[in-house]
Write a protein that binds this ligand. Structure first.
Ligand code: ZN
Length: 210
């Protein structure tokens, strides 16, 4: 078998490559990937794998076809309530954009209304819009906080994400049991007292698995 030369692709060779690949279907690309890792795509167990992977990739990245406004609809309600609203332990599954491997965990969202609240079931759907894309945990956290700020226009919003990254856990990086924690605080949540209240409310009950 001829060794593939390790040459860094120039932009010209990338253009050439993408022109050649343009006519390949997504399934073709997966079949090619199976070949390149040394497997036989015509083996019985792998025959339908390209179609399955394509379907699964489409689902795992369906956030690209959604906008925050799509999931919120008209679920904003006028209220006379200005205490903190917290939704804890929202399940989150995403894929890291560096390795295209899953990272997953819990999202905690808090905000202090400014005359409006959002239907509680909308927050998990909002998480989906941003999580079902190629992401880094930091950006996911910020995008969620900014979207909530824009939609509800509260006095402030706080988002905390605790997640485990398979790219760390499966690839022999040592921190196999560590969870990465990120937070984004906007508006009144930048004040220490508010942020402190949010974080201590989160600590009240241990969240599953962390
Ligand atoms: Zn990664």
């Amino acid at each position: 078998m001829k060794a593939v030369p390790m040459v860094k692709p120039t932009s010209q060779s990338l253009q050439h490559e993408s022109a050649a690949l343009r006519h390949a279907t997504f399934e073709d690309l997966i079949r090619e990937m199976i070949l390149r890792i040394g497997e036989d795509p015509s083996r019985e167990g792998l025959l339908d794998t390209p179609q399955r992977v394509v379907k699964s990739m489409e689902y795992l990245t369906h956030g690209y076809s959604q906008q925050p406004a799509d999931v919120v609809n008209d679920a904003l309600f006028t209220v006379d309530y200005d205490e903190m609203v917290i939704v804890k332990d929202i399940e989150m599954f995403s894929m890291c954009e560096h390795h295209m491997l899953p990272f997953f965990g819990k999202v905690h969202i808090a905000y202090i209304p400014n005359g409006k609240v959002i239907g509680l079931s909308k927050l998990p759907r909002l998480v989906e819009v941003f999580a079902r894309r190629l992401q880094v945990q930091e950006r996911l956290t910020t995008q969620l906080a900014e979207a909530i700020q824009e939609i509800i226009q509260p006095q402030g919003v706080g988002v905390v994400i605790e997640a485990r990254h398979l790219c760390m856990m499966m690839r022999g990086v040592e921190k196999q049991h560590s969870a990465a924690i990120t937070s984004a605080m906007l508006g009144v949540f930048r004040k220490q007292a508010t942020r402190h209240e949010f974080l201590s409310l989160l600590r009240q009950k241990p969240t599953n698995g962390f």
